[in-house]
Design a protein around this ligand. Structure first.
Ligand code: ADP
Length: 256
C-alpha cells in the first residue's frame, strides 16, 4: 500500500482573504475568501464566466488582485512572491509542454527553472514518472504522447519542486471520459500521499462528487463552501447539477 501523508493537516497551506479583481465594471472575482488544508481536494465549481480563470491567474501570480490577501505557506503573494510561488504547482488549461522535447527533457527544463540541482532533479523525475506510470515514455517526444499522458507529464512537472498546493485549471478539458476519470483518480490518491492541497477548477458537476469540499462560484462570489453531500442535503436536490441550478438559476455547463 502507498504511504500516506502524516504531517500537519491543520495549518492552511493557502489562504485567500476577500480577493477582488475587476475588469472595468465587471467584478470577475468579488470578495472571495477561503483556506485550503493539506490533503484536501477542493473542487471550484462554476459556469463559464464565474471567475475561475481570473482567480487562478491571481493565484499563479500572473497579476495582482485589486484588493485582498493571497497567502501561500505563510508567504504573502504580493510582498513575498518568490517563496509564495515556490509553494504552488500549476497545471494550466492549455497544454504548455514543448512537443519537440522528450518527456524527460521537458521535466529537466522545468527543474532547471526551479533551480533544482541535477542529481535531485533526475531522482524526482524518475519518481514522478514511475508514480504516474510513464517511466517507459521518458525518452519519447512529448508530441508522441496521447492527450491523457501529456496531462500526466504536466502533472509530474507541477510536482517536481514539491509544492504544497496544486492548482488545476479545467485540467480535463479535451480529454476523453476515461482519461478524465483516470486523472481525477490519480489526483485523489496523490493528495493523500503527499498531503498536497488540490484546487480543481471545473464546470463539470461529475468532477465534484468525490471532492472533499466543493466551492460554488457564481459571478465572482462564493455561493457555497461545503462538502458535496452537504450541498445536496442543504438544497434538497438529488444531483450536484440540480443543486447548482437551484442555487444559481443556471446550469454549470452553460455560459453565464
Ligand atoms: P471562468 O474562468 O469561470 O469562465 P473568467 O475568470 O474567465 O471566468 O471570467 C470572469 C468574468 O470576467 C467574465 O464576466 C469575463 O467576461 C470577465 N473577464 C475575464 N477576463 C477578462 C478580460 N481580460 N477583460 C475583460 N473582462 C474579462
Amino acid at each position: 500500500m502507498t504511504a500516506q501523508y502524516s504531517g500537519d493537516k491543520k495549518t492552511p497551506v493557502l489562504r485567500l482573504e476577500n480577493i477582488v479583481r475587476a475588469y472595468g465594471p465587471v467584478r470577475a472575482v468579488d470578495g472571495v475568501s477561503f483556506d485550503a488544508y493539506p490533503g484536501q481536494f477542493i473542487a471550484l465549481l462554476g459556469p463559464n464566466g464565474a471567475g475561475k480563470s481570473t482567480l487562478f491567474q491571481l493565484l499563479s501570480g500572473l497579476f495582482t488582485p485589486d484588493s485582498g490577501l493571497i497567502d501561500v505557506m505563510g508567504h504573502d503573494m504580493r510582498r513575498d512572491p518568490v517563496p509564495a510561488l515556490a509553494g504552488l504547482g500549476i497545471v494550466f488549461q492549455q497544454s504548455t509542454l514543448d512537443l519537440e522535447l522528450t518527456v524527460r527533457g521537458n521535466l529537466l527544463f522545468h527543474s532547471g527553472l526551479h533551480g533544482i540541482p541535477g542529481a535531485i532533479a533526475r531522482q524526482r523525475i524518475a519518481r514522478e514518472l514511475d508514480r504516474l506510470g510513464l517511466s517507459d515514455a521518458a525518452d519519447n517526444k512529448a508530441s508522441a504522447l496521447s492527450g491523457g499522458n501529456r496531462r500526466r507529464v504536466e502533472l509530474a512537472r507541477a510536482l517536481l519542486h514539491e509544492p504544497r498546493v496544486l492548482l488545476m485549471d479545467e485540467a480535463t478539458v479535451g480529454l476523453d471520459i476515461q482519461s478524465r476519470a483516470d486523472l481525477r483518480k490519480l489526483i485523489l490518491s496523490l493528495r493523500r500521499e503527499r498531503g498536497v492541497a488540490v484546487l480543481w477548477a471545473t464546470h463539470l458537476t461529475e468532477e465534484v462528487v468525490d471532492a472533499d469540499r466543493v466551492i460554488v462560484l457564481h459571478k465572482g462570489k462564493i455561493l457555497r463552501d461545503t462538502t458535496p453531500a452537504e450541498l445536496l442535503a442543504s438544497t434538497g436536490k438529488a444531483s450536484i447539477e440540480d443543486a447548482f441550478l437551484g442555487l444559481t438559476g443556471s446550469p454549470p455547463k452553460a455560459a453565464a
